[in-house]
Design a protein around this ligand. Structure first.
Ligand code: HEC
Length: 443
């Protein structure tokens, strides 16, 4: 049963090129450059969502409209950083997981490639939204509409990306997945997405608490009643609630992960991350209640803890990927080895046996064979004509018949085309090539 299932798993051949860097180095680059990239993705998405939320709130209270505007100003910068920092992980995933990444890209096809226009549209809309704040001040529905589409595509892009990356981990399902929507039916797509969005909100909360808490940020003249403390508190509360929610989405994601990649090592790494999340939660709560300075001691503590927490989760993510793919990677390595064996075998079958003359070069007969016969005849493989191993035995001890065939071939095998003859060969040429053919061991 297991075997039949394994037999149906698509197993591509690997590309026989060496890695441009040692594999461990590429893995480190992938894990850490990805975390850096995702950090800015997080605050870009969280910033988008919050801008929408506060601008909506701002319809009743102008202060919130101003706050939204302050947040919006951070999005485009963070977006640019996110894009630039996305290059390294994208390249390293391509090198490390070439066939896995390629296969899931191909399987999610059109929707996957639609990321490109979605990115372009959302970026342009964010700029449009940012620069039309005053002009559309009296037309909030339109202004919010622009933002709404931009935020929607911000939320959609990681969803597509994550579905694709997730599909990559399950080659055993590739055979039945026909497009993006099929890929959504893999068990952990949605928990993974919620986990990601919630993380985005937590990171954004921390970032904005820092952003609005910093000395250089003046509230004077910007807000009527909204104080710096109040803004800080709202941002920290967001980080607190979002981190708290991870205690629902985290386990949900862990429990929906297909068991094949779960190991004890992974379990401990995730548990360590979760423990740190618990401490972060507590420290955030204290920070809110004690109205701590930002940036201040406790804030840096939280930031440090958070960094480790994210590093643990990022490592766990990589560990799961590695163990989930290990069986398939082995199958792929075997398949690749078998393929190259076959290629080598085929190549060897085409090589002519060397018969050296006294002068140490080809005999005249071998020369004639090389120039006139090898395009259609190989020693042990069917080409256009039958293999020599098959064709020659009939003529054993009968050079004349062979010469006759070469000069004017008859018709024998109905599953082959007829052979064109060599009526222009001299008697000597015919004798030489016939002798070569008859004296050679063909298999
Ligand atoms: C353009 C392709 C082509 C070239 C060139 C060619 N052959 Fe053939 N040869 C064939 C095909 C096709 C057959 C099978 C014909 C048949 O069985 O009807 C064949 C059959 C043969 C046979 C088997 C005859 C038998 O009785 O079973 C021999 C021997 C042979 N070729 C020798 C040669 C030699 C020697 C040369 C070079 C001087 C040569 N061939 C060049 C295509 C070619």
């Amino acid at each position: 049963m297991m075997l039949t299932v394994l037999n149906q798993i698509p197993v591509p051949k690997d590309i026989p090129l060496p890695m441009p860097l040692p594999e461990w180095l590429l893995v480190i680059i992938l894990v850490f450059s990805f975390l850096l990239h995702i950090l800015f993705i997080n605050i870009m998405i969280g910033g988008g969502v919050l801008t929408f939320w506060y601008e909506l709130k701002g319809k009743k209270n102008k202060d919130y409209d101003n706050l939204a505007r302050e947040i919006a100003a951070t999005i485009t910068v963070n977006k640019s950083l996110a894009v630039v920092l996305g290059v390294a992980p994208l390249l390293s995933i391509n090198v490390l997981y070439t066939l896995y990444f390629y296969s899931s890209n191909a399987l999610t096809g059109n929707i996957w490639i639609s990321i490109v226009p979605w990115v372009a549209v959302s970026f342009l809309l964010f700029y449009l939204h940012k620069y039309s704040w005053d002009r559309l001040a009296d037309n909030k529905p339109v202004h919010l509409g622009i933002l709404g589409i931009a935020v929607f595509s911000f939320l959609l892009i990681p969803f597509i990306f994550l579905t694709n990356i997730n599909l990559m981990l399950f080659p055993e399902r590739w055979g039945e997945i026909q497009g993006f929507f099929d890929a959504l039916t893999l068990p952990n797509v949605f928990p993974r997405y919620f986990h990601f969005i919630t993380a985005s909100m937590a990171v954004t909360g921390l970032f904005l608490a820092f952003w609005f808490g910093r000395k250089g940020f003046k509230t004077k003249g910007k807000f009527e009643s909204l104080s710096k403390n109040e803004i800080k508190k709202q941002m920290l509360n967001l980080a607190l609630v979002a981190t708290g929610l991870q205690f629902i989405f985290g386990p949900l994601l862990f429990l929906t992960l297909p068991a094949k990649g779960i190991t004890w090592g992974l379990f401990w790494v995730i548990l360590a991350g979760a423990t740190l999340a618990g401490i972060v939660l507590y420290q955030l709560w204290k920070m809110i209640n004690a109205q701590s300075n930002i940036p201040g001691k406790r804030f840096y503590l939280v930031l440090g803890l958070f960094t480790f927490l994210v590093a643990f989760m990022g490592t766990g993510r990589h560990m799961y990927r590695e163990s989930a793919l290990s069986t398939h990677k082995k199958m792929m390595a075997e398949r690749t080895a078998a393929h190259w064996d076959a290629v080598r075998q085929a190549h060897e079958n085409l090589l002519l046996p060397q018969v050296e003359s006294e002068a140490g070069s080809y005999t005249p007969g071998q020369n004639i064979f090389q120039t006139n016969c090898v395009i259609c005849h190989a020693p042990a493989t069917r080409l256009i004509g039958p293999s020599m191993a098959e064709a020659v035995p009939v003529y054993e001890n009968n050079a004349d018949a062979l010469k006759q065939w070469i000069k004017e071939p008859g018709r024998k095998r109905m599953d082959y085309p007829p052979m064109a003859g060599f009526p222009h060969f001299t008697e000597k040429q015919l004798t030489d090539v016939a002798n070569y053919v008859l004296q050679t061991e063909w298999n």
